[in-house]
Design a binder for this molecule. Sequence first.
Ligand code: NAD
Length: 488
Amino acid sequence: MPAATKVSVKPGKLLIDGQWVDGSKKFNTINPATEEVLAEITEASPADVDRAVEAARRAFEDRNGLWRKLSASERGRLIWKLADLIEKNIEELAELETLDNGKPIFESRYVDMPMVIDVLRYYAGLATKIHGETVNTFETAFTYTLREPVGVVGLIVPWNFPLLLASWKLGPALACGNTLVLKPAEQTPLTALKLGDLVIEAGFPSGVVNILTGGPETGKAIVTHPGIDKIAFTGSTAVGKEIMRGAADTLKRVTLELGGKSPNIVFADADIDNAVKGAINGIFYGKGEVCNAGSRLFLESKLKDDFTEKLVARASKMRPADPLDPKTRLGAIVSQEQMKTVLGFIEAGKSEGAKLVSGGNRTSVNGGKGFFIEPTIFGDVKNDMRIAQEEIFGPVLSVLTFDDIDEVIERANNNPYGLAAAVWTRDVKKAHMVSRRLKAGTVWINTYGLMDAALPFGGYKSSGFGRELGAHAIEHYTELKTVWLNMG
Ligand code: NAD
């Protein structure tokens, strides 16, 4: 029996210009741990996108409107208030995220939601610290720069960290004075809908935050809409490329946070027990549906047998379980489609000759329904196998071995992605040298997966471009204007 839910899930509408409105097309969002329908959700049509963009444009352009009249400090206070309301509703939001995505409630309640709050508070504080500069040019001129909001921003987010990844975009977009249209993924719309209620309660002026549920068609209408100035996207590399092409005609600004196949490199001089924990956490946290999952584990050859034995011992204790149970550490795969993709990769690993050392099967929890996969580990993986090159986005670890430092750097970099990487060693010089040579947006040394609202996150190569979090994100949500005053 799954643990009882405390939240009531209501049918989803669209938030346009401060009002919840209905639409004619509907789809269901389901609980991946039980396969039950959670709620009927409205799919925003191109006409709904038009209305939302018009509302956002009005709120942005109207110089006498409420949004434009707010000072940076007042904008910051509104964002802070939203963070407070999220904190007040944290149990409900965490539960909605777990019901919709299948992730353990432990993760939603103690990792995702606290970081959402932290990120919003970080950008609430940053709202008053966005500034241009005066520049010395000629004696007869006064020259300076202004940082102005870009305008109307389209935020498109995936299903793996639904509210968290929305907050990474919403925080800086609002701090800089933009207005926006947010589209959550069709698999996980529930927390974005609850966010809409909290945006209204916080007192954001109508039209500043619009929330449109729907799938790729709604996304495309946002990407191609001439009234939108910038797209901030997190999702797959394939869709990222489509978005770049779709945004070209209207020359929108685009930031893309895409997929990954992050190398986790363990040298023989590392603290082995910590490295084992890091490797397990790196791939099985979030069911492996994590953009920066440590899905390629490179072990120095002499470590192989002992390390693999320890990995398997830990993995075999991680049974998938009811996501609502606070003790659960491995939940349900987000959808049937994603489960099939992951099982397809497991078959590919077997047929390409990798050695299955743990897991490898669909499983059930207490004999019930739901999309669960055992934590899976492949040994003897070669760099050119699909399971070493492609993003699986599930609880599947590929273990490779190496003998030489140059060789492992070359192989770690020999992959289209470049989102993150980790190095485990007690040798400080080696750790820094390897970190510099890895083509990745984030490198962890003797840890895995740490994040902070103040530190930039983003990718090299096919993992996208632009950085989210930290002060650098402000550059992506502002235009830089130069002003010349003739004093001659
Ligand atoms: P996806 O690309 O299929 O979908 C992401 C979002 O884009 C959804 O809201 C979807 O409805 C929308 N969309 C789909 N097609 C579209 C189109 N043609 N035009 C506009 N919008 C469209 O990704 P997903 O399967 O939901 O998420 C998994 C992917 O996200 C993985 O590749 C993962 O690595 C990546 N991801 C990256 C990061 C990061 O920070 N780099 C973080 C989390 C997830």
